[in-house]
Design a binder for this molecule. Structure first.
Ligand SMILES: CC(C)(COP(=O)(O)OP(=O)(O)OC[C@H]1O[C@@H](n2cnc3c(N)ncnc32)[C@H](O)[C@@H]1OP(=O)(O)O)[C@@H](O)C(=O)NCCC(=O)NCCS
Length: 200
């Protein structure tokens, strides 16, 4: 795979983009699928999982590369008073803050939904996710091979609402920028393959 230029700009997935989310999750190897979902996931189970994400109720945030492929995703699943986060970042772009950016976006959105708390659950052996949960203020405990994290959410403020809107607008601007580059590259194949050099 060529070097990727990825900015940690998180965008909310639209319903017509769910097939792209399936493509992203299907690109995870067996071990990453086990870490993401807590148990082995076959291709048909992943497709079924994506098909049943209620986007009118939950939210999915994504980071895309210069080809507009999803390289990182967070599913924020909402129940009456709480939300739960599920994260996936492709191996080749890990350690560049994409998981953290998605985590922050989910915390802000769950807060703005006026929920009481955000939860994370992962295998206890998943040191990176346990670390990320702690880093973002979730307090946790481990039992029966599972690590659970919990963050009480404050009430939304005008600044938390604005933060969510600004992040979305920046990501939409980035999307239009990438679409323009793709269109230009189709017309002028000799152009460099990336629009920016470094992640934010
Ligand atoms: C967990 C996951 C989403 C993290 O994504 P990411 O983009 O690499 O995350 P970030 O770059 O924002 O942050 C990773 C942090 O973990 C740290 N880290 C990496 N490996 C670690 C380990 N073994 N133990 C503790 N911390 C670790 C990094 O140093 C980094 O720290 P920093 O934020 O202080 O710089 C990614 O590894 C992944 O998709 N794993 C497979 C699926 C999964 O486990 N999902 C979580 C369960 S829902």
């Amino acid at each position: 795979m060529p070097a990727l230029a990825i900015a940690a700009l998180t965008r909310e997935l639209r319903a017509d983009e769910l097939p792209a989310l399936a493509t992203h999750l299907l690109a995870l190897d067996a071990e990453d699928r086990r870490l993401r979902f807590g148990s082995p996931m076959s291709d048909p189970r992943i497709v079924d999982y994506v098909r049943h994400i209620p986007l009118e109720h939950d939210a999915v945030f994504v980071v895309t590369d210069d080809e507009l492929a999803i390289v990182a995703a967070a599913h924020l699943a909402r129940s009456d008073e709480v939300a739960e986060i599920g994260l996936s970042v492709l191996r080749e772009v890990r350690g560049r803050g994409l998981g953290s950016a998605l985590f922050e976006r989910c915390i802000t959105r769950a807060r703005n939904w006026r929920l009481r708390a955000l939860f994370s659950a992962c295998l206890a052996e998943n040191e990176t996710m346990v670390y990320l949960s702690r880093k973002h203020g979730l307090s946790g405990h481990a039992a029966d091979g599972t690590a659970a994290g919990h963050l009480s959410l404050p009430a939304p403020t005008s600044s938390s609402m604005t933060e969510d809107l600004v992040r979305e607008q920046l990501a939409l601007f980035d999307l239009e920028h990438k679409k323009l580059w793709l269109a230009l590259r189709r017309r002028m194949p000799d152009m460099p393959p990336v629009a920016n050099d470094e992640p934010n």
